[in-house]
Design a binder for this molecule. Structure first.
Ligand SMILES: NC(=O)c1ccc[n+]([C@@H]2O[C@H](COP(=O)([O-])OP(=O)(O)OC[C@H]3O[C@@H](n4cnc5c(N)ncnc54)[C@H](O)[C@@H]3O)[C@@H](O)[C@H]2O)c1
Ligand SMILES: O=C(O)C1=N[C@H](C(=O)O)CCC1
Length: 250
């Protein structure tokens, strides 16, 4: 049995993770912690893998503390920058246990991971590309971690293919053209009734490709979370891994 502790256990995602861990045949729930609880209670003796779903402002410190306590961590919280990821790599290099792992996924839903993959494949073939993400209004960050990840992936694929900037003659926008991430415009919608949705729009003269992923319920993230827990528990993925695509045969 894989012993799993959950940090952020009272949250929308954390509470689903608690149910998923309790419901799987090969995982057992160790500790459930939330804001104000002592992270120091988590040790390699009581926990094989920690699942962390908190808020972007605290996640880095939680992960650094957990690395220092000698446990492996699967992280779903958003807000990761290159600088933060470098801090995680540096902490792993000094970790108390050999071959410690941290896994971070901007999105655990198979639909979103595939949409991101298909966007990377499509990107070199289109002159224009924009990303639209749509989420529930309780989300604290915008744009979504997934949209940021997709925008960087599209930009990298365009650069590798030798494409230049996307065409855009806008002279005034008042913010309506969205945030520009790595040259790609990203738009965020917050609407009651939504959960987590992303559309990637590609355009050429006379044609358009739309790739859309819809997560209607947080249960859609749980197979991905359990897959990551199982992969990390094998001990075969030491260091930092970012993205569930690493664990899928794409
Ligand atoms: N990777 C994915 O597939 C995926 C899917 C959904 C949400 N998310 C991300 O997960 C994060 C959490 O989303 P949510 O909707 O569950 O948010 P939420 O606000 O419902 O839950 C966050 C929980 O973290 C707790 N918390 C805050 N500070 C803490 C601390 N220092 N230590 C321990 N717990 C603390 C809060 O009390 C709360 O219970 C967000 O960054 C969100 O974007 C990722
Ligand atoms: O509900 C959220 O918050 C979500 N956050 C992640 C993101 O920012 O990409 C994944 C989708 C749901």
């Amino acid at each position: 049995m894989i012993k799993v502790s959950v940090v952020g256990a009272k949250g929308r995602m954390g509470s689903h993770v608690v149910d998923a861990v309790n419901g799987a045949a090969d995982t057992e729930l160790a500790l459930t912690l939330d804001a104000g609880d002592d992270l120091g209670r988590i040790t390699p003796e009581n926990t094989d893998v920690v699942v962390e779903f908190t808020v972007p402002s605290v996640s880095l410190n939680n992960v650094l503390a957990l690395i220092g306590q000698g446990v492996d961590v699967v992280v779903g919280t958003t807000g990761w920058t290159d600088e933060k990821l470098d801090q995680v790599r540096a902490a792993l290099a000094e970790a108390p246990r050999k071959n410690q792992s941290v896994f971070i996924a901007p999105n655990f839903a198979i639909s979103a991971v595939l949409a991101d993959h298909f966007a990377k494949v499509a990107a070199p073939y289109f002159e224009s590309a924009e990303v639209l993400e749509l989420h529930h209004p309780n989300k604290v960050d915008a744009p979504s971690g997934t949209a940021i990840h997709t925008a960087h992936a599209i930009a990298d694929a365009r650069k590798a293919a030798g494409l230049g900037e996307v065409p855009d003659n806008t002279e005034t926008d008042g913010g309506s053209r969205g945030q520009v991430i790595d040259g790609i415009h990203v738009h965020a919608v917050r609407l009651r009734g939504l959960n987590a949705h992303e559309e990637v729009l590609f355009g050429n003269a006379g044609e358009q490709l739309t790739i859309r992923a819809d997560s209607f319920d947080r249960i859609s993230f749980m197979p991905g979370v359990l897959l990551a827990v199982r992969k990390i528990a094998t001990g075969d993925h030491s260091g930092l891994t970012v993205g569930l695509d690493h664990f899928l045969d794409l």
